[in-house]
Design a protein. Structure first.
Length: 318
């Protein structure tokens, strides 16, 4: 059911984008490409925008709003000097790209250069969008539209210290939200994290030596486990015994929610970056259910994952 709801949600967002852009006609399977992908920058630079069809007109924004045919017309490379999010879309004959494209560029305050840790470091930039979103009621069930962000991963260097003066080992567009139900009220909330491509579609990454996936959890367990070992100890013990459990890594996290460059005051503390339970060769290794089960194929053709918990925000009850 979750894939169905997620698909419906994406269609809802796409339809809303088309209405916002004032489109007449059907969307084209074209996207705007950026000469410089999302990343952490230390000096000003220029980024060029292009499409596979040079006759298409590119419009873009840098204030977080979706571009329309009245937005700034792209006609020369854009100079970037500070933390910036670019959202772009191209049009031809009043027909827009099937999805908008976006990138984000992160700049760090000078004081970040003195910070170091023996743990991996994460910086998450949401470009001034404020607090992370929580579940919102919509027709057909509660859903969460994740917030666009860019996330950078840093790991210890040859001196066993992680520093922002070294380059990140991975930078990805990401979708983030507050994770949990009763735990939403905790002083330190957990974060639902999806790795995204430039069209905000899920794409797999392999962070911190873990298997490829697009669904992750940034777990902040301070309010229920000050030792930070209750869950991860059992996960590691299970893996050591040959029984799969989510792989996890302790990390220190910075989250900038109020715009500007990332600074030391954006420090959020220690979290665990971990896999989200799911089906897959490197996760719960069960076969996918056949799409025609119950009709053409009455036999069980795959496996089930059972969850005893409150409903996920994306789930639909019966």
């Amino acid at each position: 059911m979750k894939p169905f709801v997620n698909k419906a949600l994406k269609q809802f967002v796409i339809i809303g984008f088309f209405i916002l852009c004032g489109i007449n006609g059907f969307a084209q399977q074209t996207y705007v490409d950026f000469s410089v992908p999302s990343g952490v920058k230390t000096a000003s630079f220029s980024v060029a925008l292009s499409t596979t069809d040079p006759t298409r007109q590119i419009r873009y924004t840098t204030n977080g709003t979706m571009p329309t045919q009245q937005s700034t017309l792209y006609n020369q490379p854009i100079t970037i000097t500070q933390t910036t999010r670019i959202i772009a879309c191209s049009w031809k004959n009043n027909v827009a790209d099937s999805l908008p494209s976006q990138v984000g560029y992160i700049f760090l305050d000078a004081d970040m250069s003195s910070f170091s840790s023996n743990l991996p470091l994460l910086i998450i930039e949401n470009f001034g969008q404020g607090a992370l979103p929580k579940a919102a009621a919509m027709s057909g069930g509660d859903v969460v539209i994740k917030q666009f962000s860019v996330t950078a991963f840093y790991v210890p260097g040859s001196d066993s210290r992680t520093k922002f003066t070294n380059a990140p080992v991975l930078v990805t567009n990401s979708g983030i939200k507050t994770r949990g139900s009763s735990s939403e009220s905790f002083a330190k909330t957990s974060i639902g994290f999806d790795s995204w491509d430039q069209q905000s579609q899920e794409t797999e990454i392999e962070p911190l030596g873990m298997p490829a996936s697009s669904d992750w959890v940034i777990s902040g367990s301070r309010d229920i486990d000050n030792t930070y070992i209750r869950s991860v100890f059992m996960y590691q013990l299970s893996n050591d015994l040959g029984r799969w459990a989510p792989h996890s890594k302790a990390v220190e996290v910075f989250i900038n929610k109020d715009g500007g460059n990332i600074k030391k005051t954006d420090y959020q503390g220690i979290y665990y970056f971990m896999e989200k339970i799911g089906r897959g060769k490197d996760k719960v290794d069960i076969e996918k259910l056949s799409s025609d089960i119950g009709s053409k194929n009455p036999d069980i053709s795959g496996g089930y994952i059972l969850k005893v918990d409150r409903l996920d925000p994306e789930a639909v009850s019966y």
